[in-house]
Write a protein that binds this ligand. Structure first.
Ligand code: OOB
Length: 553
């Protein structure tokens, strides 16, 4: 097998590491395209995808492995006929519908790279993804949650030269209907190798614009089967995809792709609320699902009064943001299943509590890494290793953690050590058993119940307001989401009075995902400063937290 290649776009794994990961059996030399073919040959009639949102006639759609494989082949041929080639980028923004998998596996098969946008993203984010990746195509629903994606697509297409195709699930308007793309299967020229890129995932980010995460077939597939072993996913499992399918957590931990790898069944929930998810758990016999902490709280409460039979549910994964110990304790009794905490990141490293860990470990830690070859360091501000039990920065390197962001050499110099450890930006403590406890965050990001908001990105948008002199976005504590965003604003001298609502509206109208609009805006004369004259976000966080506490009393 050829050594992992560095390309101008992506930093590969050094040859000696790639060799080690293959010899250890982590990298099995599989690709997503072949993986689906093998499952379809082994068990063509087994159900792969259940989509209750249904076909236009309103019925539940159930695709077998044979049908998914065939559809992926036909869609791949259609994409090739449209001129989409290996290595091309395709921005994908689909909700939890069966077509998500038809498109993704078609792209995997021809080696074109899906770029996984979230349904909540709007013009600002989509335009950046399309322009930065020089995407040739953009795949959307017609409308979703009252929003017309076709109009957004028209605006983006007018601004991004490389974007030749917009494929629409549903009514296409001026674009192309996805249902018209498939054609008779063809032999795929130059199918991707296992060590080549499979897709670009989004980073939660802490910089002005989100960075892109290049993942290979080899490394991602290892994270899938490694997760399956730890979470007990096998061919009898039924995985409910309740979170947005494109996010790394429901995609791979063990997620929809883990379930498909195992030959299990994937059930797509159009929304994660109990009124939608509980009936699906009952009717489809769901055995495992994953939620962010705020939703886990909602489910725990709703379970007390639900008339639905949730007894098939064996495992609830909770991650994406810190799950409080008190909330964690309530999960197993309320839902009658095992809680598994998961602390992962789209860049790679994923930690799970184990199904047979003692309850204290399950409720007080965020788990330990998937792989014996996940190297985890906890260091001080000068990168010196700290003893077990001490709190510090988490650095990691391993068989499914990237060595660099896509086309981002300057960021890479800051985000990775010289010897390839990823600086996660998380502050953790490691216990005697090797489990990690997330204690905080060094990166300039707000974790809004699992949805990540990069402070700098929002600050840049606020700074575009003509009355604004300076802006600093920080987290504020919130009982439900864990954190919300608070924007501190200094107005220009002589600027008339500005209402906080006007700032929020201004940000929203710049075309940002709704979850990034500041929850609160505070106007101040000047920002507190650190010893060397930088804005002290620590002081701003403390100030808003104190105000919130005072307001409660
Ligand atoms: C997952 O992935 P991302 O890329 O959206 O966000 C990663 C970041 C981590 O660096 C950490 O700051 C935070 O999200 N995080 C947690 C956490 N899980 C993620 N912080 C505290 N406790 C947890 N359990 O969020 C993600 C990817 C795969 C699986 C699960 C989550």
């Amino acid at each position: 097998m050829s050594p992992q290649q560095h390309t101008p776009d992506a930093v590969g794994y050094p040859a000696e590491f790639a060799e080690r990961y293959r010899e250890a059996g982590y990298w099995r030399g599989e690709t997503f395209g072949r993986m689906l073919r093998e499952r379809a040959l082994d068990h063509p009639d087994r159900i792969a995808i259940v989509d209750p949102a249904g076909d236009p006639a309103g019925g539940i759609r159930r695709w077998t492995y044979g049908e998914l494989d065939d559809r992926a082949d036909r869609m791949a041929a259609g994409f090739l006929a449209k001129g989409i080639r290996k290595g091309d980028r395709v921005v994908l923004q689909l909700p939890n519908v069966a077509e998500f998998f038809e498109v993704v596996f078609a792209l995997f098969r021809i080696g074109a790279l899906p770029v996984f946008a979230l349904p909540a993203h709007r013009e600002s984010e989509i335009r950046h993804f399309c322009a930065f990746t020089e995407a040739v195509a953009y795949v959307i629903p017609d409308t979703e949650a009252g929003f017309d994606h076709r109009e957004l697509a028209s605006k983006v297409k007018a601004n991004v030269d490389t974007l030749r195709h917009v494929f629409v699930v549903g009514e296409p308007g001026e674009h192309t209907a996805l249902r018209d793309v498939p054609c008779d299967p063809v032999a795929v020229p130059d199918a991707p190798r296992p060590d080549e890129l499979a897709f670009l995932q989004l980073s939660g980010g802490s910089t002005g614009v989100p960075k892109l995460i290049p993942r290979t077939h080899d490394d991602y597939i290892y994270s899938l089967w490694g997760s399956n072993e730890i979470c007990g996913v096998d061919e009898h499992s039924v995985y409910l995809c309740a979170l947005p399918a494109a996010h790394n957590f429901p995609l791979s931990s063990p997620g929809t792709l883990g379930a498909l790898y195992a030959g299990a069944r994937v059930v797509l929930a159009p929304r994660p609320s109990p009124d939608v998810a509980f009936p699906l758990i009952e009717s489809e016999g769901v055995t495992i699902t994953g939620l962010v902490p705020p939703l886990a709280l909602v489910w725990t409460e709703a379970a007390a009064t639900t008339g639905h039979d949730l007894s098939s549910l064996q495992v609830l994964l909770v991650g994406g943001a810190k799950f409080s110990e008190e909330a964690a304790r309530r999960v197993a009794p309320a839902l009658g299943c095992t809680l598994q905490q998961v602390f992962g990141m789209a860049e790679g490293l994923v930690n799970y509590t184990r199904l047979d860990d003692p309850e204290e470990v399950i409720v007080t830690t965020q788990g330990r890494p998937i792989s014996p070859d996940d190297e985890v360091r906890v260091v001080d501000d000068e990168d010196n290793d700290l003893p077990t039990g001490a709190t510090g920065h988490l650095l990691t390197r391993g068989p499914y953690t990237i060595r660099g962001y896509w086309r981002a050499p300057e960021h890479n110099a800051a985000s990775f050590t010289a010897d390839g450890f990823y600086r996660t930006g998380d502050i953790v403590r490691r216990t005697e058993t090797g489990h990690l406890v997330v204690e905080g965050r060094a990166k300039d990001q707000i974790n809004r119940g699992g949805e990540k908001v990069a402070a700098e990105e929002i600050e840049n948008h606020i700074l575009a307001h003509p009355a604004v002199h300076d802006a600093a976005v920080v987290s504020m504590p919130d009982d439900y989401l864990g954190e919300r965003t608070c924007a501190y604003v200094v107005l220009r001298a002589g600027a008339g009075p500005v209402k906080s609502l006007a700032i929020k509206k201004f940000v929203r109208e710049r075309g940002l995902a709704a979850y990034k609009v500041p929850d609160r805006v505070e106007f101040v004369e000047e920002f507190p400063q650190t010893g060397i004259g930088k804005v002290s976000k620590k002081d701003l966080r403390a100030a808003i937290a104190a105000r919130l506490t005072a307001a409660q009393h």
